[in-house]
Design a protein around this ligand. Structure first.
Ligand SMILES: C[S@@+](CC[C@H](N)C(=O)[O-])C[C@H]1O[C@@H](n2cnc3c(N)ncnc32)[C@H](O)[C@@H]1O
Length: 265
């Protein structure tokens, strides 16, 4: 595996980790005491964190159903997180049995769990690679095994770009991935925001974790869609993206924006 200038990923169970905190917030069991404590601290700082995680996951499922329903048959899910059924491949394969899915994460615990879950499936690949080095993702053999970059791809970047600081040039990362995709591909993206509530207490929790949290504004997040055309309703709080349940189910101010966009040119 090639990760230019990036440290070799290690499993650090002494510090909270974004994948395991999220797993805890979603009610999963693949987390340690430090992650549980960070999850509790987050909920104390921002009581909607748990609902935010669930709403993001529900957005992801609706968006995957949408892009597969629109005809895409390849999914590249970067920053996939610990498995939570229904996982992306389960949603996608239910919508169309010929879908292929590549899961990518830079946390060895995530990829070990995904590998164990998916060992028997030819339609799914799992790659340990880092979004901060997008070329290493695009060239990873386990990605190349399942994704043909000459055919349209649904690129999923859900709840991951806020783990890249501005200094890590997230807009350049997205542009590199976009340029590798053919016309007709889609981008599914969700991202934490501080547009509705101050996130500094939540950021303080992530400062103790392996990766800091960088919430961004609507304007900043919309820039990630350069070169794509946003599908209706545009970039909106995730519960409002084509909801399949009454929006009153969710708290009014979930601090996560989401959108789906198409590469038209
Ligand atoms: C909050 S989880 C999101 C999981 C899933 N995408 C979702 O929306 O339900 C964030 C995931 O991004 C991964 N991640 C964070 N930084 C990353 C990076 N630089 N490269 C690849 N994955 C990363 C974490 O390990 C974690 O599994």
């Amino acid at each position: 595996m090639r990760q230019h200038g990036l440290p070799t990923p290690v499993i650090d169970t002494g510090r909270p980790h974004s994948a395991r905190i999220y797993d805890y917030l979603l009610g999963g069991k693949d987390n340690y005491r430090v992650d549980q404590q960070a999850g509790e601290d987050l909920v104390a700082a921002a009581p909607q964190e748990r609902a935010g995680a669930r709403a993001n996951r529900a957005f992801l499922r609706r968006a995957v159903r949408h892009v597969v329903g629109a005809g895409l048959r390849q999914v590249l899910d970067i920053g996939t997180g610990l498995p939570h059924s229904p996982n992306v491949h389960e949603v996608a394969l239910e919508a169309a049995p010929d879908v292929r899915v590549a899961y990518v994460d830079n946390d060895p615990i995530v990829t070990a769990h995904a590998d164990a879950l998916l060992r028997s499936s030819d339609a799914v690949g799992v790659a340990l690679a880092d979004l901060r080095d997008p070329q290493s993702v695009l060239e990873h053999p386990h990605v190349r095994d399942v994704i043909d970059f000459d055919r349209p791809v649904a690129l999923l970047l859900t709840s991951v770009l806020h783990f890249l600081t501005d200094g890590q040039r997230p807009e350049q990362v997205v542009a590199t991935l976009r340029d590798a995709l053919p016309v007709g591909s889609c981008l599914v993206l969700s991202h934490a925001t501080d547009d509705f509530a101050d996130c500094s207490a939540a950021q303080a929790v992530y400062d103790t974790a392996t990766t800091p949290l960088t919430p961004r504004s609507h304007t900043e997040i919309e820039k990630f869609f350069d070169g794509f055309e946003l599908l209706a309703p545009g970039l909106v709080p995730v519960p409002s993206w084509r909801p399949d349940a009454p929006s009153g189910t969710w708290p009014a101010t979930i601090g996560v924006y989401g959108a789906v966009a198409r590469k038209a040119r």
